[in-house]
Design a protein around this ligand. Structure first.
Ligand SMILES: Nc1ncnc2c1ncn2[C@@H]1O[C@H](COP(=O)(O)OP(=O)(O)O)[C@@H](O)[C@H]1O
Ligand SMILES: [Mg+2]
Length: 321
């Protein structure tokens, strides 16, 4: 399964004065992965991201991006080729939303028409109301500002997106909405995302690949279901919390992944109840229990029938991984 990784850290160490932030870290991220670095505050997550875009140079070891040792590249060009989103957004307060989104394309010297088209396109993709484009950041809610931050990072269509606790300051509703957008965007674009969080539930919801860190080291790396089912040690176990394990596993897979062709429900006179393909298995199970059904119709975003999912398909999720 191992194609050539798009990002690699080879035995990287980094200290700040007497503080060792990263110790002999080995990391390999495949192109197209949604990789989440998760660990407690101070474990070195931000330092890893900042080494990937050459904002911090390692003391020892090599960082490779797209196969190239980045110490041999122009750091400014490298940074322009990688989207970067941080928690406090860092929008330019005296620039309009449109100008903020256009930052990198303008630096890259795109012509005005192309920039305007791109801003419009990326705003639509992130469901930013066009009426917000001429406004200033302070006139936006926190959730809207964070959407603009993501749009700005994606404006020049980078193949790699680094995100450092981007949703940590948002209310739960905006946060869940942005997580959903990001998952969809990842799926549709095939971009490589490296996302940092201290919240294991956020990691489980988003990642294709999770890297658990502590004290500047990788403790465990694997698919979300691997980490949930087989935590390597007491640290990972403690960090996960073991409550509701079966339900959390059902959160990891979508209805679409378990959908099969619809049978003509023999003997069922009931009107079918539909669920979206993007819903989680947990949502499907909840709907089945609430409505006393053992199967649901599955539909896509256009409301077209894709097939069906039965309660046995949902409960089969326990052997994931
Ligand atoms: N510029 C810096 N100067 C001094 N110490 C730093 C600096 N950046 C990070 N550190 C230290 O390195 C360690 C890792 O920090 P960081 O990567 O920011 O952790 P995380 O993002 O996981 O919270 C911490 O002990 C932090 O205090
Ligand atoms: Mg950090």
């Amino acid at each position: 399964m191992s194609l050539s990784p798009i990002i690699e850290l080879q035995s990287v160490s980094k200290s700040f004065g007497a503080t060792s932030a990263i110790e002999n870290l080995v990391l390999s991220i495949e192109a197209g992965a949604f990789c989440v670095l998760v660990g407690p505050s101070g474990c070195g997550k931000s330092t890893v991201l900042r080494m990937i875009n050459a904002m911090i140079a390692p003391d020892l070891g090599v960082v490779r991006v797209r196969g190239q040792n980045i110490s041999e590249l122009d750091p400014i060009e490298l940074r322009r080729s990688i989207g970067y989103v941080i928690q406090s957004v860092g929008l330019f307060p005296h620039w309009t939303v449109a100008a903020n989104i256009a930052t990198v394309p303008r630096l890259m010297g795109w012509d005005k028409v192309k920039i305007a088209e791109r801003v419009e396109h990326i705003a639509a993709a992130l469901q930013i109301d066009p009426a917000l484009l001429p406004r200033y950041p302070r006139q936006l809610s926190g959730g809207q500002q964070q959407r603009v931050g993501v749009a700005r990072a994606l404006a020049a269509d980078p193949d790699i997106l680094l995100m450092d606790e981007p949703f940590a300051a948002l209310d739960p509703v905006s946060r869940a909405a942005l997580q959903g957008e990001l998952r969809r965007l990842h799926k549709e674009s095939g971009k490589t995302i490296v996302f940092v969080t201290h919240d294991m539930n956020e990691a489980l919801r988003l990642a294709t690949h999770i890297i658990v860190m502590d004290k500047g080291r990788v403790i465990q790396a694997g698919a979300p279901a691997d980490i949930l089912l087989r935590p390597r040690d007491a640290f990972v176990e403690g960090f996960l919390g073991r409550e509701d394990l079966p339900l959390r596993l059902l959160d990891l897979a979508t209805v679409g992944e378990r959908t099969r062709p619809a049978t003509t429900a023999a003997g069922s006179a009931d009107e079918p109840i539909a669920i979206r393909d993007t819903a989680s298995l947990r949502q499907a199970l909840t709907l089945m229990l609430e409505r006393h059904r053992d199967r649901l119709a599955v539909e896509n975003e256009r409301g077209e029938l894709m097939g069906e999912i039965a309660v046995a398909d949902v409960l089969g999720a326990g052997d994931a991984g």
